[in-house]
Write a protein of this length. Sequence first.
Length: 126
Amino acid sequence: MDHLREEATITLYCGIDLHANNSVISVIDGPDNVVFEKRHPNDLALLRDVLEPYREELLACVVESTYNGYWLVDGSMDAGFEVRLAHTGAIPQYAGIKHSNDQTDARHLAHLLRLGILPQGHIQPR
């Protein structure tokens, strides 16, 4: 008798700490393990290539709501990624993190998405 075994689907969550000329991308899984984390120059094609291997498992990518973030939001959405805009003014301080840095900031955005408590901003149409 053949037994079909279902493959377990892993859901991943992405946080992007965006700066003027670089971004830290952090991808975490359900138990909050870091699957991928690295700083990259702000190049849309490069950032999309970095996320491509995770596309099928990504629930969404969270981008900080900043004045310079729409190139990344629009470009990621154009590439077919689900994108959420973090309302940074409504995000609680990083409780329990002794030293905040770009990596912990990106991870925190992904963590809030994973928990379903991410304060979101409105993504304006082009």
